[in-house]
Design a protein around this ligand. Structure first.
Ligand code: AVI
Length: 320
């Protein structure tokens, strides 16, 4: 019997809701199953994907100035990281702070206990002097709990241009909620990918080895695996676009022919016209003016921008 969308939960509900929309869309947060995580690690090593290397360069170049800004007049702080992943960029800072005998606590927040256990183990192994206090749960709930028991300045880090995976308006809603859950004087250290040569941006999302294509298509494979669907991956093409006016990079999977796809577990069939797209991801690029306007609109004041040497990326420091 066909289920109503209301009766479905979580993954199934989001997928069905997205495929029922016109144009069809799928949430990019579902890229990150085990295979998606592996492919994203591969993407970060690609020549064309300049984002990770650029941010690493900023953090490494400015680590002493970043520390001065984080400390300000205070003697200690809590470094709260949203979505740390394997923490490779963060470890540059953790190592430097630890060598400088700074008093700080590192609190990565993640919804996955498994991610936190692995991260804590690797930081303990590589940097045994760092005091790691992971927090499992939703970002805003975790920040609200810290705010209630505010013992020292919090420095929230949101690296990697993850904010770019929200549209500008959704990003503003997210950052406003973040600001509501921080105290006056707390800091936000946030990575933005900058607008630049459109061809450079586009090739970062359309690499020559096809890793980003596989990353995008893996979402259909995940729906096959988890919802008993019969997407034929060879009948969809990966198609990224970049709009140099708005700074939006969008990724699509385009159906190469008219076809039907059945999601057996929810007993639903979705029809695709020839060349009908599914919008799977947004990767918003910013100008410095857009970053400042975003800070202002969401309850923050820009302290300073840490710029990449060739202007590819910026880590921006904001104060609540
Ligand atoms: C995680 N996020 C910032 C990446 C980005 O650049 O938007 C995800 C990604 N999508 C395709 N390549 C990388």
């Amino acid at each position: 019997m066909t289920q109503t969308t209301e009766a479905l939960q979580g993954f199934a509900k989001d997928i069905v809701t997205g495929l029922r929309q016109t144009p069809k869309r799928l949430p990019s947060k579902y890229f990150y199953n085990a295979e998606g995580d592996r492919l994203f690690q591969e993407i970060m090593k690609l020549d064309e994907y300049y984002l990770t290397r650029s941010e690493e360069q900023i953090i490494d170049t400015f680590k002493d100035e970043i520390l001065k800004e984080f400390l300000g007049e205070d003697e200690s702080f809590r470094l709260v990281e949203l979505g740390a992943g394997d923490g490779s960029k963060t470890k540059i800072l953790l190592e430097y702070f630890s060598n400088q005998q700074v008093s700080f606590i590192y609190s990565p927040i993640d919804i996955s206990a498994n991610v936190l256990v692995q991260l804590k183990e690797s930081v303990n192994r590589e940097l045994p002097k760092v005091n790691v206090q992971p927090i499992e749960g939703d970002y805003f709930e975790a920040l609200a709990a810290l705010k209630e028991n505010h013992l020292q300045k919090e420095v929230v880090m949101f690296l990697g241009s993850t904010i770019g995976n929200f549209s500008r308006s959704a990003g503003e809603v997210f950052l406003s909620k973040l600001s509501e859950n921080m105290s006056s004087g707390d800091l936000l250290f946030i990575g933005f990918d900058l607008m630049k040569d459109p061809r450079k941006i586009l090739s970062a999302y359309d690499d020559s080895q096809g890793v980003t294509r596989d990353f995008n298509l893996n979402l259909l494979q995940r729906i096959n695996d988890e919802l008993g669907a019969d997407f034929d991956l060879s009948k969809f093409v990966h198609y990224p676009t970049y709009d140099p006016i708005t700074g939006e990079t969008k990724s699509f999977l385009v159906s190469t022919e008219e076809q039907e796809v059945r999601l057996a577990d929810v007993d639903m069939v979705f029809r695709f016209k020839a060349w009908e797209p599914i919008h799977t991801e947004i990767s918003q690029k910013y100008s410095c003016e857009m970053i400042s306007a975003t800070a202002k609109a969401t309850g923050f004041k820009v302290v300073r921008h840490f710029n990449h040497a060739e202007g590819l990326f910026v880590d921006s420091l904001w104060e609540k």
